[in-house]
Ligand binder design. Structure first.
Ligand code: EPU
Length: 421
């Protein structure tokens, strides 16, 4: 297994370009199952999760071409409808195949995603919505077996705004008979991006980006061209890194309107944050002020940036309180940050961080994607030798070329190869 080795203490300086958003690219690729192609997707990041969804779809008969960040997707001849356990267990977002497969083929068999490092993460709301649209769903031998001759429009109320749930049902509904209304829908930017792509394919969707989405079923869809939005979580990770290292970084190719909550919080730490049309400049403060964080659905503070912001608060002046309201178990980075000397107490879904003057290097273990990013950030300021971050395959699921991007900003960071997993 590869590890990342970081010599801390070097302020980040320069320009970094943000890649396309993983969490927008995954549903966009899944949406290409809805009709034959070729569809052309631009801004696809080179990530392990993208390779995983491609592998599953190749088994279904989809053909992929393209190079760099351009992906040509052709699902003309689908020959199977099953997403197997071996692949789904490495990526929960495989559930995104359920809606489009059911819409296109009238059947889907998807391995039931298990719990994961950040919580139980049930998919009951996806299934309930599909049942209300007329699908017949059985769970057997660890698989979801779904069938529907023709999905029908329905009024769907989500108990909790679910991001992939909203995306799944939006995809299922575009060719359903009649109108589907999603209430208490998630309104993350990735959902609006998917709706734009579906509309480019001929779908009729109103309200994406609000909590009520109305989808009028259409008879036919056509291939489309679509450019994925920039990754707001990658951009946010670099913004926090700039503040933490007391650096001076231009984060280019991002969408400031997707990062308002983080910009506000960083300014409260004393960082200088300047937004332009498609870039954000962050200059770190001399002394980092503590701020409290409560994670919320968009446009609130993203749960996917909580671990990284906590790394920042470990060296802030005073105390900060973190409240995680989206997932029940998203503090797994805490015990590893403590190995670097961080002073953090957890009480249920709250974590109290007492800022310290410095962190000290140590070997640490990545436990999930955003926890890995948090440890890399902490390593950038840990003193007294090298910090080794192990199990970084988690990081490769969601950050494109991260060590090279950090190195270009002046970080002393390298990947050491190990046997593959
Ligand atoms: N939930 C249910 N039942 C459901 C679905 C969700 O109870 O059927 C609960 C979840 O357990 C959670 C809350 O609803 O407590 C919100 O979960 P959501 O469904 O919105 O999460 P997700 O769709 O599985 C996506 C991102 C996550 C991100 C969350 C929240 C993708 C592929 N994943 O997950 O991204 O944290 O939304 O914004 O879009 C990451 O990129 O590291 C990551 C984990």
């Amino acid at each position: 297994m590869d590890k990342i080795v970081i010599e801390g203490g070097h302020p980040l300086k320069g320009v970094v370009k943000v890649s396309g958003a993983k969490n927008a690219a995954l549903p966009a690729i899944a949406a290409c199952l809805l009709t034959g192609g070729p569809h052309t997707l631009r801004g696809i990041p080179l990530l392990r999760d993208i390779r995983t969804i491609k592998s599953i779809m190749e088994k279904l008969g989809t053909v992929f071409k393209g190079s760099g960040d351009v992906l040509e997707v052709n699902s003309d001849n689908l020959t199977a409808h099953e997403a197997p356990y071996e692949l789904v267990k490495t990526m929960r977002a495989s559930i995104l195949l359920l809606g489009p497969l059911l819409a296109r083929l009238g059947q889907a068999k998807i391995s039931l995603p298990g719990g994961c490092a950040i919580g139980a993460r049930p998919i009951n709301l996806h299934l309930k919505a599909l049942v209300s649209m007329g699908a017949d769903i059985h769970l057997e031998h660890g698989y979801i077996n779904a069938e529907a001759k023709k999905l029908k429009g329905a009024d769907v109320f989500f108990d909790i705004p679910t991001v992939t749930g909203t995306e799944n049902i939006m995809m299922a509904a575009v060719t359903a008979q009649g109108t589907t209304t999603l209430r208490n829908a998630a309104n993350e930017p990735e959902i609006k991006d998917l709706a734009q792509m579906l509309c480019a394919m001929g779908a009729d969707i109103e309200g994406a980006g609000t909590d009520t989405i109305v989808i009028h079923g259409v008879d036919n869809l056509a291939p489309c061209e679509h450019t994925i939005i920039p990754d707001r979580i990658e951009a946010g990770t670099f913004m926090i890194a700039a503040a933490l290292t007391r650096g001076d970084v231009d984060i280019q190719g991002c969408r400031p309107d997707h990062l308002m909550a983080l910009m506000e919080k960083l300014q409260q730490t004393g960082a200088e944050v300047t937004k332009m049309d498609e870039s954000i400049h962050v200059k770190g403060p001399e002394s980092i002020e503590s701020v409290d964080i409560k994670t919320m659905p968009f446009p609130g503070f993203a749960t996917d940036l909580q671990a990284q912001f906590m790394a920042l608060m470990t060296v802030a002046k005073g105390w900060s309180m973190f409240r995680e309201t989206v997932f029940e178990n998203r503090f797994i980075h805490v015990s590893e940050l403590r190995r670097l000397g961080a002073d953090i107490e957890i009480n249920g879904n709250q974590a109290l961080v007492k800022g310290r003057e410095k962190l000290l290097s140590a070997p640490v273990m990545a436990t999930d994607l955003r926890a890995s990013a948090s440890l890399i950030l902490a390593g950038l300021v840990a003193e007294g030798g090298a910090t080794e971050v192990h199990r970084i395959y988690h990081l490769d699921r969601g950050y494109e070329d991260i060590e090279n991007k950090f190195r270009a900003l002046g970080a002393k960071i390298r990947r050491e190869k190990g046997p593959s997993v």
